[in-house]
Design a protein around this ligand. Structure first.
Ligand code: AMP
Length: 147
């Protein structure tokens, strides 16, 4: 087996993120691999629940979310020793962007967190399962325990 050379951590800034990122750091050290980190700002329209999901507010908070994401990535990057040029923010669907960026950047291992899903979650599918099904490289899904 070829050692991994470029590992991508998909960071969603959730409470379990640190656990996932520690796996990424550990594996990058073991394989002497490059480590990159990606956060995807979901471009869902902002909606008012009174009117239902159809009518979006006329606001675009994408720029603020990108700025806040960059700050978060800087914290994670500093903690994991990831240089600024490999701290990436994209806008779009996380499951699509994670796979696209991995392919474009020559990543050979993607690391995501994975929750056990019940009810609706199973029907909708998770980011982790979509990435596992669509990525052209290996994917490590770090099992996250529910509280
Ligand atoms: P989820 O399916 O939303 O529970 O997310 C599972 C995992 O997918 C997370 O632990 C992250 O590794 C990754 N992920 C989810 N959303 C994002 C996002 N917006 N940006 C980057 N990675 C994400």
């Amino acid at each position: 087996m070829q050692p991994y050379q470029h590992i991508l951590l998909a960071a969603d800034f959730s409470e379990h993120g640190e656990e996932v990122s520690e796996h990424a750091k550990d594996l990058a050290e073991r394989y002497q691999a490059k480590l990159s980190v990606l956060h995807v700002v979901d471009n869902l329209p902002v909606t008012d629940s009174i009117y239902g999901p159809i009518i979006p507010f006329d606001v675009d908070i994408t720029d603020q979310l990108i700025k806040a994401s960059k700050e978060k990535l800087d914290e994670i990057g500093a903690r994991l020793g990831i240089p600024a040029e490999r701290r990436w923010v994209e806008v779009g669907s996380p499951k699509v962007e994670i796979v696209r960026v991995a392919e474009e950047e020559g990543v050979d291992l993607i690391i995501v967190g994975s929750h056990s899903r019940k009810g609706l979650g199973i029907l909708l599918g998770s980011t982790a399962s979509s990435v596992i099904h669509h990525a052209k490289c290996d994917v490590l899904a770090v099992r996250l325990m529910e509280d």
